[in-house]
Design a protein around this ligand. Structure first.
Ligand SMILES: Nc1ncnc2c1ncn2[C@@H]1O[C@H](COP(=O)(O)OP(=O)(O)O)[C@@H](O)[C@H]1O
Ligand code: SF4
Ligand SMILES: [Mg+2]
Length: 413
């Protein structure tokens, strides 16, 4: 397939389908294959063990006012996250725009300081490490950014961009930087002869491949990819996700892949965390999430994902749930369950008490008083908030009507 977007090397073919066919079993196609070499500082933890452990993680951005910059409020972008990422797995993180996914990504890669909580990497507490303390870990933890247009310096040729991590970390790869960069370009499916070209000479998909090559240069262990394909054409998305998947298998990488909907990460994630307004509301393996979601918000997200297989659609239920309104402001999140202002199942307790994130099934955590596909956790609380509101509105209308009638009666007298 020739690339309509740029003058660089053609995009490798994604196969016959024009729609994303994302799969864990995708072949590596014609590109060079990386050997599964140990990363920079040796293996940290065996496969399946937690490589990253996050507890009580928060990030509150202060909102200031006046010339003295007095803090008047805080944006609670991330508000108490507990999860781990196991070595060799892909954790997908999904949620609507503004729910704190990018902030979470920047916190766990230590590009941003947290307000509270702890982050452990390979058993080491890295929460408060300074620049010097983080330097050796920068080899192990890398980030791929959403926008392949702004994340590459337009004034630098691709060779310098992909080779920068070697300079920053003072690493001299075997055979020299140029040879290694050319090898990396080949590994991500680009022409190594395009070493001297500039970012603008490449298409969006190719630029994201450059970003991936740069992230992989130092053979990291953990790669956090923040919406790596959101800015790309839908036909290119599958190729880039499949490339990430192939590289994971070849290099033994651990991924956190962030996305705003489930379509991109549905096939490549081993486990999926669903975020809503700074919190994780559901966390489980991909199969359980698709087959038996527990959180109403997850159900709504799933109902929005197009299902190509009609049998799959029948299994999950074809009812489309349209979420009402936008995500509320993280400056003043709703009381109790933060989803209660948009949830069709919300009752009084949902407004009053925050549901804790608990394991209802093995390996399946959810924060909900009235979960889907599971026994009600608050069976006595049956009155829907929507019904209460309707009743209140009706009562107010009745009161106005009575007052009007009384006024009219007085007028007649
Ligand atoms: N540097 C910042 N200062 C103040 N607010 C921020 C900052 N970065 C992000 N936010 C706010 O934090 C919330 C979460 O943002 P973000 O993590 O980018 O969400 P997502 O990636 O899920 O779209 C948003 O309300 C956003 O406006
Ligand atoms: S706790 Fe209540 S409002 Fe929140 S998701 Fe569950 S049912 Fe809906
Ligand atoms: Mg984001």
């Amino acid at each position: 397939m020739t690339n309509p977007e740029g003058a660089g090397a053609p995009e490798p073919s994604a196969g016959a389908s024009a729609t994303p066919a994302l799969s864990k079993e995708s072949p590596s196609g014609g590109r060079a294959v990386l050997s599964k070499e140990p990363a920079g500082s040796g293996d940290v933890v065996p496969d399946g063990e937690p490589l990253l452990r996050v507890s009580g993680l928060t990030k509150h951005f202060p909102v200031t006012k006046g010339i003295f910059k007095r803090q008047v409020a805080a944006v609670k972008a991330v508000d108490g996250l507990d999860f781990d990422v196991r070595a060799g797995e892909t954790l997908g993180v999904v949620g609507e725009s503004g729910c704190g996914k990018s902030t979470m990504g920047r916190l766990i890669t230590r590009l941003l300081d947290s307000s509270s909580g702890t982050i452990e990497f390979g058993g080491q507490d890295i929460t408060h490490l300074g620049t010097a303390g983080m330097r050796p870990l920068r080899r192990d933890i890398q980030m791929i950014f959403q926008d392949p247009y702004s994340s590459l310096n337009p004034r630098h040729p691709v060779g310098a961009i992909v080779g920068a991590p070697f300079k920053l970390q003072n690493v001299e790869p075997e055979g020299g930087v140029k040879k290694e960069v050319q090898r990396l370009l080949e590994v991500v499916g680009l022409n190594p002869e395009h070493y001297n070209r500039y970012p603008h000479e490449f298409s969006g998909g190719q630029r994201q491949r450059i970003g991936i090559a740069r992230a992989l240069a130092l053979k990291p262990k953990l790669v956090v990819a923040d919406e790596p394909v959101s800015a790309l054409d839908v036909s290119i998305q599958a190729q880039v996700v499949n490339l990430l998947d192939d590289l994971q298998q070849e290099m033994g990488l651990t991924y956190v892949i962030i996305a705003h909907d489930l379509s991109v990460i549905r096939h490549v994630s081993d486990r999926i965390a669903v975020m809503y307004l700074g919190k994780i509301v559901e966390l489980t393996d991909r199969q359980s999430l698709y087959d038996r979601p527990l959180h109403p918000y997850t159900r709504a997200l799933l109902s929005a994902v197009p299902v190509p297989d009609p049998r799959g659609k029948a299994k999950r239920g074809s009812e489309r749930i349209l979420l009402q309104g936008d995500v509320p402001s993280p400056i003043k999140p709703p009381s109790g369950c933060r989803f209660h202002t948009r949830c069709w199942k919300a009752t009084r307790i949902c407004k009053a008490q925050e549901p804790p994130l608990v394991s209802l099934r093995t390996g399946h955590q959810v924060a909900c008083h009235h979960p889907e596909n599971f026994e009600d956790q608050q069976p006595d609380d049956t009155e829907l908030l929507s019904e209460v509101e309707k009743a209140n509105e009706q009562a107010a209308l009745d009161k106005t009507a009575v007052a009007q009638r009384d006024r009219e009666a007085v007028g007649k007298e």
